[in-house]
Design a protein around this ligand. Structure first.
Ligand SMILES: O=P(O)(O)OC[C@H]1O[C@H](O)[C@H](O)[C@@H](O)[C@@H]1O
Length: 313
């Protein structure tokens, strides 16, 4: 069933509703500063391109589908209230909100040309994520020459399941799982994570320390302790994408490579994996957030794109 989106009656200039041929609704932002498309399904930004960028900044699989209960492959999926595999059988990876309908709470056009959107997280049954159904989740999106995303969690008012020093707290893992568009993995390097330590998911979670320059032409799936910025330098498109973040103690770097991509939904088409890389802002299982009942936490990410200075080999 395609949910009917709840929308404010008056949309500001630059924001329209787009009903796609498959019946799903996206919010379409077209301003003097940038263009963006946002699906209410998953509260997921699918496209952002500031006016000075010749190419979209976010990658969206041409095979992606908007389907109830399914995640959209690309853009910035919201992983919440867990990142990674579920801790109980039958639950999906990466939480319960990337496959459900969010609602638009507010949309405003700012005097400086930015368009601000505020989305409320979806309802979900208690069985999907026990206790979390009484949390409040909100995503704020600022579309302009930069793209800023802020995901705010207010923990349930009741005591959570944690024991030990944080008895009664809620354990949250999460990510803004950004997929970036690149000209080709062969022309791209990721920097800013050199020396950061964490887990290599390709080696069953073995300890890893990242090099100064990551070559995404080799399969990579690492979650490392890192709270600074990362750069995605692309000599093919002569640009670099800057990923800044706050409230995030983990950065996740992922490219599946050819063999794994062939097994993944919406990535199997020959060569699609070469045009994307994920550099994600989160709080992973190695650095979970523990929230007292009713406490608030804000995970934020700001993206910008600029001419390439040089590429680290
Ligand atoms: O296929 P999905 O459930 O969307 O997950 C896609 C990817 O997300 C993250 O980047 C993880 O680190 C990967 O291990 C995972 O494969």
């Amino acid at each position: 069933m395609i949910p009917t989106p709840a929308l404010p009656l008056d949309l500001p200039p630059g924001l329209t509703l787009d009903t796609r041929p498959d019946g799903w609704t996206t919010l379409r932002v077209r301003t003097a500063l940038a263009q963006a498309d946002i699906a209410l399904h998953g509260g997921q930004i699918l496209h952002w391109q500031p006016r000075h960028a010749a190419q979209p900044v976010l990658w969206l699989s041409p095979q992606a589908v908007l389907r109830d209960g399914q995640a959209i492959r690309g853009g910035v999926p919201v992983c919440w209230p867990w990142f990674g595999p579920a801790d109980r059988a039958g639950n999906p990876a990466h939480g319960v909100v990337r496959t459900r309908a969010w609602s638009l709470r507010q949309a405003t056009a700012e005097a400086d040309g930015r368009l601000l959107l505020s989305l409320d997280g979806p309802a979900f049954p208690a069985s999907a994520a026990p206790g979390w159904q009484s949390a409040t989740l909100r995503l704020e999106i600022s579309v302009g020459l930069e793209l800023a995303l802020a995901l705010t969690t207010t923990a349930p008012p009741e005591a959570g399941p944690e024991t030990g020093p944080d008895t009664g707290a809620w354990r949250l893992t999460e990510a803004l799982h950004s997929y970036f568009a690149i000209s080709d993995v062969a022309h791209t390097r990721i920097t800013g994570l050199g020396g950061c330590a964490g887990a290599d998911k390709l080696q069953s979670g073995a300890a890893v320390t990242l090099p100064q320059s990551i070559d995404p032409a080799q399969p990579v799936d690492c979650m490392v302790a890192h709270s600074g910025e990362a750069l995605i330098a692309d000599s093919g498109w002569q640009r670099q994408i800057r990923v800044r973040k706050s409230g995030s103690a983990t950065t996740i770097v992922w490219n599946p490579g050819a063999a794994r991509a062939a097994q993944l939904p919406d990535m199997a088409q020959d060569g699609l994996w070469r045009g994307m890389v994920c550099v994600e802002a989160g709080n992973g299982p190695g650095q979970p957030v523990r929230l007292a009942p009713g406490a608030t936490h804000r995970l934020a990410m700001t993206l910008s794109v600029e001419a390439l200075d040089g590429i680290a080999a």
